[in-house]
Design a protein around this ligand. Structure first.
Ligand code: VGL
Ligand code: ZN
Length: 203
């Protein structure tokens, strides 16, 4: 079964948002159009409590985009973003949501960041997404959303590790940094994932 996985299409990752991805809003019409081509559509939301450990503002002298060690793991310190129940955490208002069957939220634990929609960054806690997809017989996953070099990339890595057939729809994503996406893209291909353009999608 072909499943569209929409990663973090939230206001804070859109131009004008707290952690804006350049041209992040450009993917919304395509994501809307693509939904009808899939048997199942699911979405993730970055969903942090206030004072989350990934926020620079939660650390004394923390600087945005600086990398620190957090419980032994490298952690980028981000601007406050996707705080639960704020407008920044809502989906882009243009995103069609009627076909989204389930929403998986991540980053909800105060001390642990979670780029992937499947597991937190330390791989300690599952969101339940892998089990949900397996129960639905959703073997072929197609990824779109934000940001290509973080949450989309980490979600694909985990999905490949779980044995799913994974394809990134390249024009359905945008990166925070182009050079990081280039590395991510090579890694996805090396790990057995596919990268296509939406025009290459066979119905
Ligand atoms: C993301 C950084 C921090 C993302 C989430 O959705 O790519 N990036 N939190
Ligand atoms: Zn986040």
């Amino acid at each position: 079964m072909r499943t569209l996985v929409i990663i973090d299409a939230q206001n804070d990752f859109m131009p004008g948002g707290a952690l804006a991805v350049p041209e992040g809003d450009k993917i919304v019409p395509l994501i809307n159009e693509l939904q009808s081509k899939f048997d199942l559509v699911i979405a993730t939301q970055d969903w942090h409590p206030q004072g989350h450990a990934s926020f620079a503002s939660s650390h004394e002298n923390g600087k945005e985009f600086e990398v620190i060690k957090l419980d032994g793991l490298d952690q980028v310190l981000w601007p406050d973003h996707c705080v639960q129940n704020t407008n920044g955490a809502e989906f882009h208002s243009g995103l069609k949501t009627s076909r989204i069957e389930a929403i998986f939220r991540k980053g909800t634990d105060l001390r642990i960041d979670s780029y992937s929609g499947f597991y937190d960054n330390a791989h300690l806690k599952s969101t339940g997404l892998a089990g949900y997809l397996k129960e639905k017989d959703a073997t072929e996953l197609y990824f779109v959303g934000l940001a290509a070099d973080y949450c989309v990339y980490f979600s694909i890595k985990d999905a490949l590790g779980e044995g799913f057939d994974c394809t990134l729809i390249e024009d359905g994503t945008r990166a925070l940094k182009a050079e990081d996406f280039e590395k991510a893209r090579i890694d996805i291909l090396r790990k057995g994932g596919k990268v296509i353009k939406s025009g290459d999608l066979e119905l």
